[in-house]
Design a protein around this ligand. Structure first.
Ligand code: DOR
Length: 430
């Protein structure tokens, strides 16, 4: 099967190319990137030509932070529906977080996800839990989870509060040279907090979550990364303090990377319209000052990654008051358009930086040979129309869930094709 993508604007920081190029794909591989590739002169029979004039051709997006909910919470999402949402969002690789039921704390559970993922539209890499049942007491068998296919470990949804247990985990990942994905939240300090602590939480009469809840654990984790040599990846950074500490850790040459999510650079706690659980996630929407700091850290490349923290919940769960509804919002199908609209079209990030943060850097953190449109690479590619304007409609999502604060928001940037290993897995139909 031979596919020729013609006349697209290729953005590929890995091979340092940006401009009008054609891309030739044979079966699962990119075999040529060049100007004016003519099927007649290529000595191949081209099966399909995709006209990408005026469109951006980028390495398939890679999301380090997705909740697929399987096993255990299939009413919220499944590997199948989550992977459809991913493909529709331009993602070709996603990492599945371990806070399932049971948690991904044993090798057979990791294998279960990998087995189910064989039928998924995109590549799924499981991330294993750090403690058994994620109850913070007993360390998992990290080496065997890694051998079973886990790409890293995370206690996602919470932090391992025992610094002694966490340090052991970090020593082990340092030895195996795999990343630890850190959800930074002091369990005791957060208490029953629901939204950011401030005027908004007072106005709504809801318990607040202070920045210290995140910052204290970020500081601890960086100190442990320094002591153990572990590769630490800070998940969903939301505070100014996190970005400052991440910047300092990088200046010191520590192996620390950081991610944020589209909601943390787009909306603040001031945008919460009332008691609406579609604006409830963990960490919470922060103050406008924090939003500014997150944007600055993205611009300065202190924050390496934009991930979604796609956290599907049922409509019934999210209809509850913010006081009792579960934390989390979906993000796979809105991340590209929000990032393009808020950061690229505004001139805050270059097109290249978007690709770095949504594809190349995640690939490097995972240690996988993706995030590149180079000859010989697997053809994981997304084609987007960066100028197509539309209004986000949660009723059009492929995800089982529609818990988003972005319903009704005007954005620019449509995913037109998502190609995984040379096969078109999603195609936009107007
Ligand atoms: O808002 C969140 N939802 N944050 C998390 O860390 C977990 C996630 C979930 O699993 O629903």
């Amino acid at each position: 099967m031979i596919t020729l993508i013609k006349n697209g604007y290729v953005i590929d920081p890995a091979s340092q190319i940006e401009g009008k190029y054609d891309v030739l794909i044979k079966d699962d591989l990119i075999i040529k990137v060049g100007n004016n590739l003519d099927p007649n002169n290529l000595n191949v029979n081209v099966d399909q030509v995709i006209d990408a004039s005026g469109k951006h051709v980028m390495p398939g997006l890679i999301d380090l932070h997705v909740h697929l909910r399987e096993p255990g919470y299939e009413y919220k999402e499944t590997i199948e529906t989550g992977s459809k949402a991913a493909a529709a969002g331009g993602f070709t690789t996603i990492c599945a977080m371990p806070n399932t039921k049971p948690a991904l704390d044993k090798p057979d559970r990791v294998r279960y996800v990998l087995d189910k993922a064989k039928k998924a539209l995109v590549r799924v890499h499981p991330v294993a839990a750090i403690t058994l049942d994620q109850d913070g007491e007993e360390l998992v068998d990290i080496e065997n989870l890694y051998k079973a296919g886990a790409v890293g470990i995370s206690e996602d949804g919470k932090s391992v509060m025992s610094t002694a247990i966490y340090k052991k985990a970090m020593e082990e990942v340092a030895r195996l040279d795999i990343p630890v994905f850190a959800h930074c939240e002091d369990k005791f300090l957060v208490a029953d907090g629901v939204i950011n602590e401030g005027e908004k939480s007072k106005e709504l009469g809801l318990a607040g979550i202070s920045n210290a809840v995140e910052d204290i654990i970020v500081a601890r984790d960086i100190i442990l990364a320094k002591e153990t040599g572990a590769r630490l990846h800070l998940c969903h950074c939301s505070t100014k303090g996190s970005t400052l500490m991440l910047g300092m850790a990088k200046e010191k040459g520590l192996k620390v990377t950081g991610e944020t999510c589209p909601h943390y650079f787009t909306i603040s706690d001031q945008d919460i319209p009332g008691d609406d659980a579609n604006f409830k996630m963990n960490p919470p929407l922060r103050s406008p000052e924090d939003v500014e700091a997150i944007i600055e850290a993205l611009k300065n490349d202190v924050l390496d990654v934009i991930a979604t923290d796609h956290a599907p919940h049922s409509a019934k769960e999210k209809e509850q008051s913010m006081a009792t509804a579960p934390f989390g919002i979906v993000g796979l199908e809105t991340a590209y358009a929000i990032t393009n609209t808020e950061l690229v079209r505004t001139g805050i990030l270059s097109k290249k930086q978007l690709v770095e943060k949504m594809s190349l850097n995640p690939a490097k953190i995972l240690g996988i040979d993706r995030g590149c449109i180079g000859e010989g690479y697997v053809a994981d590619i997304v084609i987007v129309d960066p100028d197509m304007e539309y209004t986000i409609d949660k009723n059009e999502f492929f995800s089982k869930a529609s818990n988003t604060p972005f319903h009704g928001r005007k954005v620019y940037g449509r995913v037109l094709y998502t190609i995984v290993a040379g096969q078109v897995k999603y195609r936009y139909k107007a």
